[in-house]
Design a protein around this ligand. Structure first.
Ligand SMILES: *[C@@H]1O[C@H](CO)[C@@H](O)[C@H](O)[C@H]1NC(C)=O
Ligand SMILES: *[C@@H]1O[C@H](CO)[C@@H](O)[C@H](O)[C@H]1NC(C)=O
Length: 351
């Protein structure tokens, strides 16, 4: 296994990957008028900054390779949502809900929150989080703004039908719940199969709500190889493997059920297009360091403030105990973008 890490955030075909891809990535016209982002720390771009939580990273060395410096992104540079936005042709990054202004809402909003999960309680041990339920409430607020600006709920709904949505949730229901038995009882109450079933029942309600709010083209991200994160390997790993198989197996159980759920929703809901998006690949481009993080870690697996980082950041897969480097995020985003391509057909003209 140690030779063949099939990590979630990798891409199968690496063509001309470099860290200065702005020109290459941006196409002339955005494929969609708007992009709404739901998720956890893989996409959070500042929503946790004003929360009472230790799951926030608006300090160096986070953002060391980002033009604006530390913004709350859980990586050294751009995160996966930033790259997907670029690939979709958006000129600017989709703003965080926490400081989105009225006119921003037309190109979309990023609701992502570090440590948040499908279950409201996931992540509570680090402080406040914006769970998926809360993110959907925030989306409701944005829809009201759009309705007010456009002149009604019906025309707002028509507009929201044309947007693209990504939902990346579930990682923290494992990392910040099931696999933290000192804080959560879930692993003594449920087998991995039962727990995944519980998550999927909740996720089903949430994705239907998103549909009810007008979403039609939705990429839903599978869980990655959570057991390969440096923090999990340190916590549960054995010396002869850099991955924790039991955690990866639990993630796989969830992913299998997620695939079935999305098939079911596509069958059930008119015009729904939920795409199962698995970003795992076994090609690594220039990345040579597949385990171990690029900075010194705090006890919750984040880079310590002002920590010295590795010099060759684009050769590292992991930035801190849980999150990919910008280089890792790029691989992941390109794989996700390829998997999302069924959503790009039959696009009506977007002005
Ligand atoms: C890998 O690194 C080399 C040397 O720095 C660079 O020229 C090349 O563009 C990089 N390739 C990818 C796929 O990132
Ligand atoms: C923030 O959270 C900590 C720990 O849960 C709590 O002790 C503290 O009172 C909270 N602070 C505020 C301002 O709510």
């Amino acid at each position: 296994m140690e030779n063949k890490l099939t990590l979630w955030f990798m891409q199968f075909l690496i063509v001309g990957v470099s860290l200065n891809l702005k020109e290459q990535l941006v196409s002339a016209e955005p494929k969609f008028p708007c992009y709404f982002i739901f998720g956890d720390s893989l996409v959070d771009n500042g929503n946790n900054n004003n929360l009472n939580t230790t799951a926030k990273v608006n300090y160096l060395p986070y953002g060391i390779d980002f033009p604006q410096g530390p913004t709350g992104r859980f990586t050294n540079g751009r995160n996966i949502a930033d790259f997907i936005g670029e690939l979709l042709g958006f000129e600017n990054y989709i703003p965080p809900f926490a400081n989105s202004r009225n006119q921003d809402v037309f190109t979309g909003v990023n609701y992502g929150s570090g440590a948040a999960g499908i279950l409201d309680e996931s992540g509570y041990q680090v402080g406040a989080v914006i769970s998926l339920n809360k993110q959907l409430s925030n989306h409701r607020v944005v829809i009201s703004r759009i309705a007010t600006l456009l002149g009604g709920e019906k025309v707002a709904k028509e507009y929201l039908n044309k947007c693209i949505y990504t939902v990346a949730m579930g990682n923290n229901d494992y990392l910040n719940n099931y696999y933290l038995p000192q804080y959560y009882s879930s692993s003594s109450l449920y087998t991995p199969d039962q727990f995944a079933a519980r998550l999927i029942r909740q996720y089903s309600k949430q994705l239907r709500k998103l549909y009810k709010y007008g979403a039609r083209k939705v990429a839903v991200f599978a869980l990655g190889q959570l057991g390969c994160c440096p923090a999990e390997a340190a916590l549960y790993g054995s010396s002869d493997s850099s991955c924790v198989e039991s955690i990866n197996n639990a993630a796989k159980i969830f992913n299998d059920k997620l695939k079935q759920l999305l098939d079911h929703l596509n069958y059930l809901l008119a015009d729904a297009n939920f795409i199962y998006t698995n970003t795992a690949t076994d090609s690594y481009g220039n990345i040579t360091v597949l385990s171990g993080s690029c900075c010194a870690l705090s006890d919750i697996g984040q880079c310590l403030p002002e920590a010295v980082t590795c010099n060759n950041r684009d050769e590292y897969m992991f930035w801190d105990g849980f999150h990919p480097t910008e280089a890792g995020n790029l691989l992941s985003a390109k794989k996700a973008y390829n998997e999302m391509s069924p959503l790009f057909t039959n696009l009506i003209d977007v002005e």
